[in-house]
Design a protein around this ligand. Structure first.
Ligand SMILES: [Zn+2]
Length: 283
């Protein structure tokens, strides 16, 4: 058995390509997709990143299995939003000896703001990636150069995306968006839009009939053309509102998970931008 273990250790040490000499492949657990993507891009091939939210699942209030809980406890670094977005993971992370990065505490957002959807503002996504780079460098000081180079490359992509949003939404006929849950507040504020959500900050919160009637009025009064639905949440309520108001629906993806293989943050955000531009009649 001993020779086998020794061989396995050697293979592990040789594994991974394009690596900086002496890297130790830290294990990172991220609370949900956008944080996992940022950690993967910034950490590079030698950082083992796992997303604790199963693919196709919705991360709000995620409950953990025993195995998932063990991964959270054992990781070299845990990356979360914090402030109650995923209470089960947050409670567990508080029991860890190792470091946990709680991003909402470190981003330039108001302490009293209970909205966790910071990643949908590309400028705040850049800040998320920067904070993750700081945490990864601390975890692995010898890989600082690789981490910095990866972080610069990712930041350039996010910065270009933010520029396309700014110019793409600069002159639009309409500025009101009706969304499925209250996920696009940061994005709306950044680019001069106003969001009206059918349900609250979590997709599970039930919309009330008075709210729906009010939204139907808004749609008619302001001549809105589109009610936005999501990938991971049932579009039933949004569709019935659209029928009642006589408008169409389109997917505006809050990227709480990746619904289609091969997608990533920038690609989905590009689709969101195209969807917004069409619905708001932007030039
Ligand atoms: Zn959400």
């Amino acid at each position: 058995m001993a020779w086998f273990l020794a061989a396995a250790v050697v293979l592990l040490a040789l594994g991974g390509c394009g690596s900086a000499p002496g890297r130790t492949s830290p294990s990172v657990v991220a609370g949900f997709y956008p944080l996992a993507e940022a950690a993967t891009r910034v950490g590079g091939a030698d950082t083992r990143v796992s997303n604790i939210t199963p693919s196709g699942a919705e991360p709000h209030d995620l409950e953990l299995t025993v195995r998932q809980a063990e991964r959270v406890l054992d990781a070299d670094l845990v990356i979360l939003l914090g402030r109650g977005f995923q209470p089960a993971i947050e409670k567990l992370a508080a029991r860890r000896d190792g470091p946990t990065l709680e991003l909402l505490q470190r981003l330039p957002v108001e302490r009293t703001n209970r909205d966790p959807h910071v990643w949908l503002d590309p400028e705040l996504m850049r800040a998320i990636a920067r904070e993750i780079a700081v945490a990864l460098r601390r975890l692995e000081p010898r890989a600082a150069d690789v981490i910095d180079a990866n972080a610069d490359r990712y930041d350039a992509e996010l910065s270009a995306l933010a520029d396309r949003f700014r110019s793409g939404l600069a002159s639009c006929e309409r500025h009101e968006i009706v969304t499925s849950h209250d996920a696009f507040g940061y994005l709306a504020r950044r680019f001069g839009l106003r969001q009206h959500a059918i349900s609250g900050l979590s997709p599970e919160s039930e919309p009330d009939p008075a709210k729906l009637a009010e939204l139907a009025d808004l749609v008619r009064r302001d001549g809105l053309t589109t009610i936005f639905t999501e990938e991971l949440v049932s579009p039933r309520v949004a569709e019935s509102l659209a029928r009642e108001a006589g408008v169409r629906t389109a997917v505006l993806d809050p990227i709480e998970g990746i619904a289609h293989a091969g997608d990533d943050y920038v690609r989905v955000m590009e689709r969101n931008l195209a969807t917004l531009r069409e619905a708001l009649a932007c030039r």
